[in-house]
Design a protein around this ligand. Sequence first.
Ligand SMILES: [Zn+2]
Length: 194
Amino acid sequence: MTNSSYGINAALSPPNYNLSSNTGDLGGLEVFCLNKEFPTLREISMRALKSSMLALGLMFGFPHAGQSQIINILGPTPIIAGVRLQCNGAISYVANISDIAMATPGQLLFRPDFFFLPPTIQWFIYTHECAHQVVGSNENAADCWAIKLGRNQGFFSLQALNQICGYTFPSPGDWTHLPGPARCAQMAMCYRTP
Ligand SMILES: [Zn+2]
């Protein structure tokens, strides 16, 4: 795969990322924080966020995601289902794409209808796409990484896991690297693993 717009099939060389869990209160918002160094609690000024998002949007321009049409730039710290998330600086976009969401190096793309999904599903998909920045193209690894991160940061209860399974199982049909029972079982196993 040497396509520059390879999306979820991205073959990234996994950098040395560690997770930085930020459970601090951010005006009612929590943060999925990926950090290249060590887990730290980080305070983020909302004002700084706004201006940096604007600047980054201008600097990075539009992603080269094949024929996808960019609708909106959400920046590196999008609010997903009411929670400000981040993925080690990856820029999130709303875009007309064939899948509900996809990842390219440094970029996360979400179709408009993504934002109507239940919060738990939105957080899972965001984290799954983020995982591709870290673990590369392996779907099982991305699922596992996402499930554990969400669990560790208090986003995914056991009930949430069931909801995620319910979503990925009788699939709505358009998240192509979907699932099936095996994927669900694998995620449950990851959930139970430290
Ligand atoms: Zn994936």
